[in-house]
Design a protein. Structure first.
Length: 247
């Protein structure tokens, strides 16, 4: 029996080491790893895959306010959330605040059951997904319970001052000029804010999105970075870049 247990322990150790090694080189096996091994893979470092992503990561590091504009698949949200996680784990900020507008993408979902959190969950799920990829689901739930991570719709931001925080405003193309202005003025002391969005994919009526105009007005300011990503920065499936050139 002792021999069997020793072999089992040896297998677990080798599997965990393999998972860590695969995470370091950026590959995954054909089979899904065990839960404990998946948690190890979330520790991998995030590296830019294009010049545009490199400029975005450098801008986030140097500026308290960065606007990241570009097409789908360029890693805007993922890099912003990754930077937020890195800042939190390094003790540079005390909390992460993620927000995005609760706007339906071209179709009405109708009445959603449950309390306010249940109703908002489908809109905020992309931010949850990005966090889970970086930290793992268990760690995300723990940090949210402790108040170190907050995910909220834009409607909850008015009247707040966000000090000692890393704020990510996602899907900003679905915000009006007034909403983005309100969000930008939430920036407090010792905080970093990243605004992400694709001006070409707004779900608002024509002329209502304020992202393009906000970016134009802030671009000349020396202490604010406006990074514009392009099709060549797309890191999703290659078909995404091909489709966006013709759609």
């Amino acid at each position: 029996m002792a021999v069997v247990m020793e072999r089992l322990v040896g297998k677990r150790s080798s599997h965990a080491a393999l998972a860590i090694r695969l995470a370091e080189i950026g590959h995954s096996g054909d089979q899904l790893p065990a839960e404990s091994e998946r948690e190890q893979s979330y520790r991998r470092r995030v590296r830019p895959q294009s010049d545009g992503q490199q400029r975005l990561m450098a801008a986030i590091e140097r500026h308290n306010l960065t606007l990241a504009l570009g097409p789908a698949g360029t890693g805007k949200t993922y890099l912003a959330v990754s930077a937020a996680v890195a800042a939190l784990e390094a003790g540079e900020v005390g909390r992460i605040v993620l927000t995005r507008p609760a706007v339906e993408a071209g179709e009405s979902l109708g009445y959603l059951p449950g309390d306010i959190n249940d109703k908002l969950a489908p809109y905020l799920r992309p931010l949850n997904d990005a966090l889970s990829e970086r930290l793992g689901g268990k760690r995300v739930k723990q940090l949210m319970t402790e108040g170190a991570i907050e995910i909220a719709p834009i409607a909850y931001m008015r009247g707040r001052t966000l000090n000692n925080a890393f704020i990510v405003i996602d899907e900003a193309q679905n915000c009006t000029y007034g909403q983005i202005k309100m969000l930008l003025t939430r920036l407090g002391w010792h905080s970093t804010m990243v605004v992400t969005g694709d001006p070409d994919q707004s779900d608002l009526l024509d002329g209502l999105s304020g992202l393009t105009e906000i970016a134009r007005r802030l671009d000349p300011l020396p202490h604010i970075a406006v990074i514009r990503l392009a099709d060549r920065d797309i890191v999703r499936h290659p078909l995404v870049a091909e489709m966006l050139t013709v759609l």
